[in-house]
Write a protein that binds this ligand. Structure first.
Ligand SMILES: Nc1ncnc2c1ncn2[C@@H]1O[C@H](COP(=O)(O)OP(=O)(O)OP(=O)(O)O)[C@@H](O)[C@H]1O
Ligand SMILES: [Mg+2]
Length: 163
């Protein structure tokens, strides 16, 4: 596993910039595990990502449905929010494996993914977002497992470093 302190998102513009880099470097089949407290910025990053990929509608915080599909962009996006689910078994009962299979040509973005790590595929990029000490910014740490995710992390670090 490659772990890395990625950097700080000081404002929404930084989150937007990171989403642009994701949109440029993401490859089909990527699994993004978004972790971090309430309000850490998971939905915001997902929303900017759907925008930058060119999806027809933009991700919002799911209120009723646990899973949303965003199409029409460079890659389709499955956006899941596991906050309200009680167990990994529940996720599987909802047809999780089939959904992941359907998104082999797209991107899967999961909020509160760390609640049920047993639902992750072997190749994943984990993004931990936390509030900074002054509560204004968000501090990100990434961990990558698998060839695709490690390559993505390297690409993101290189392009983020040269911003
Ligand atoms: N980099 C950032 N800098 C400053 N504010 C941010 C940043 N990212 C997100 N925010 C703000 O934080 C608030 C919460 O963001 P968001 O809804 O994306 O969090 P979340 O992690 O999805 O929360 P939840 O756990 O409830 O799903 C929003 O008002 C958003 O504008
Ligand atoms: Mg959210």
């Amino acid at each position: 596993m490659t772990e890395s302190e990625f950097g700080t998102l000081a404002c929404l513009e930084d989150t937007h910039h990171l989403a642009c880099l994701f949109a440029r470097h993401l490859e089909p089949g990527q699994f993004l595990a978004l972790c971090g407290d309430l309000g850490a910025g998971k939905t915001t990053l997902t929303r900017f990502l759907t925008q930058q990929l060119g999806c027809r509608t933009l991700a919002t915080s799911p209120t009723f449905s646990l899973f949303q599909h965003y199409e029409g962009g460079r890659l389709p996006v499955l956006h899941a929010d596991l906050y309200r689910l009680g167990s990994g078994a529940e996720v599987f009962e909802l047809g999780w494996e089939e959904m992941l299979g359907d998104y082999e040509g797209g991107v899967v973005v999961v909020e509160w993914a760390d609640k049920f790590e047993e639902t992750w595929p072997p190749d994943f990029l984990r993004i931990d977002a936390a509030y900074s000490d002054d509560q204004e910014s968000r501090v990100l740490e990434f961990s990558a497992q698998g060839v695709r995710s490690r390559r993505l992390l390297e690409d993101l670090k290189t392009s983020w470093g040269s911003k």
